[in-house]
Design a protein around this ligand. Structure first.
Ligand SMILES: [Zn+2]
Length: 442
């Protein structure tokens, strides 16, 4: 009864103008949000058990009676993984009619993960994003130019919807070469720019010694960024760069930065966040359950990102609690200027390149300007390094259009570094892809 009333109020708040919504949410008591989370969790769980063949079978197999579950932790060791999405197919997760779908590609396997949504869900996510962007200072009079990649990616769709609520002037450039973006942006003089971090870095290099227009803020979604790179971009544009954190599976934003730039304010109204296993610093894999999705709800979805739930209130005073900046991934995938890369990508790129059985390792570094993928390769003849690099780049061009495009746009460098045979592996297991960038604030 009470949660019903709370839910009515919350739906109403979401439909308010962003400035009213922010004011209202800031004075909501925490117990009201917690009560709503529980009600929404119970509803989502029952829906999944009743309509999705994957969840119905899994719960049955494990003897889980969803009517007795009130909290995600009561599901014990049950989780949903990206591998589940790939092997069972998105259709096994459907609980309602879908209007649209998005994909994540280039992850740990060549098979994309597909996720389905309804227009209503898209609208709600757009409204929520509008509230977050309003909180960062975006207003109706702003002119927005976005370089988000349109192809199968969820973020431009959510942004487009958010712009409808904020009523900003909004042009979508797509992920075009930064040089071209700069030339064409001059005609619009956008005071808000959206893009992926490595792309924004390259745009800032292009713009650093040319004439610039006044920019209010930049916003990056889609991957992580070193603080050093952030400072460079902010200094070029004399404006703050804010980051958001999300996944296609979550329908975009799980959390977004505020002006304090110290962790992401999380969306507890739409997700139930957990870190079931944490280390001594409180970091662990982020696991989330969707709370307002009825086309393809996800129960205890393993994000594969390692972070910490921050309970202390943020200096900005915003009501929502935070997650810390992502520290690492729990799988071997790395999100960088090249794209989302895992071991299988390099296995393909090294096809017919290194001698039979030779070891390799990819290390992602940052050289102050862009990400550098250092491909360490055991070579019998280190003097052939240049030829080997040439072969690797040819394989990249022929096999991975997106990664090649990013290379052409200078979003990353790729270097082959020769190692003597038998020297790469000093333990039993060789970590294939290593992220060696320092993402944290120092
Ligand atoms: Zn804050």
């Amino acid at each position: 009864m009470l949660t019903n009333a709370i839910e009515q109020i919350e739906r109403m708040v979401l439909h308010l103008e962003p400035r009213h919504a922010v004011r209202f949410l800031n004075v909501s008591p925490p117990w009201a949000i917690a009560a709503m989370q529980r009600a929404r969790f119970r509803r989502t769980l029952r829906l999944a058990a009743a309509r999705s063949s994957f969840y119905r079978d899994e719960f049955e197999r494990r003897g889980i009676d969803v009517d007795r579950i009130d909290h995600p932790s009561e599901l014990g060791d049950f989780f949903t993984t990206g591998e589940d999405l790939r092997t069972h197919g998105a259709e096994a997760f459907l609980t309602g009619r879908a209007d649209t779908a998005f994909e994540t590609t280039g992850t740990t396997s060549p098979v994309p993960k597909r996720v389905f949504f309804s227009h209503r869900e898209l609208e709600e996510m757009g409204r929520t994003s509008a509230i977050g962007l309003y909180n960062l200072g975006m207003r109706r009079e702003d002119r927005v130019l976005s370089a988000y990649d349109i192809s199968f990616w969820v973020s431009p769709a959510v942004l487009r919807m958010a712009m409808r609520y904020l009523k900003c002037f909004h042009v979508e450039a797509g992920k075009i070469p930064p040089q071209e973006f700069y030339d064409r942006a001059l005609a619009y003089k956008p005071n808000v720019i959206f893009g992926e971090p490595s792309w924004l870095m390259r745009l800032s290099e292009v713009a650093s010694d040319r004439k610039k227009w006044r920019v209010k803020l930049l916003f990056a979604g889609g991957e992580n960024l070193t603080e050093e790179a952030r400072r460079f971009i902010e200094q070029v544009w004399e404006a703050p760069l804010y980051l958001s954190y999300g996944q296609t599976e979550s329908f975009g934003t799980l959390g977004a930065e505020c002006k304090a730039q110290n962790g992401y304010h999380r969306n507890d109204l739409f997700f139930w966040f957990e870190t079931p296993e944490t280390d001594a610093d409180g970091y662990g894999e982020l696991v989330y359950t969707t709370l307002v999705r009825d086309v393809m709800p996800l129960i205890r979805y393993r994000s594969t990102d390692s972070t910490r739930l921050v309970e202390e209130r943020c200096s900005c005073g915003f009501f929502a609690e935070r997650i810390a900046k992502i520290r690492s991934r729990t799988d071997e995938m790395v999100v960088c200027g090249m794209g989302n890369v895992g071991p299988w990508v390099f296995e393909q790129v090294l096809r017919n390149v290194n001698g039979h059985g030779a070891d390799w390792q990819a290390v992602v570094k940052h050289n102050g300007q862009r990400d550098v993928v250092e491909l360490r390769l055991e070579l019998e003849h280190p003097e052939h390094r240049a030829e080997v690099e040439e072969r690797v780049l040819t394989n990249l061009r022929e096999g991975f259009a997106d990664f090649w495009k990013n290379h052409q746009m200078k979003l990353f460098d790729l270097q082959v570094v020769p190692y003597a045979p038998g020297t790469l592996r000093n333990g039993r297991k060789l970590k294939r892809v290593v992220d060696d960038r320092n993402m944290g604030r120092e």
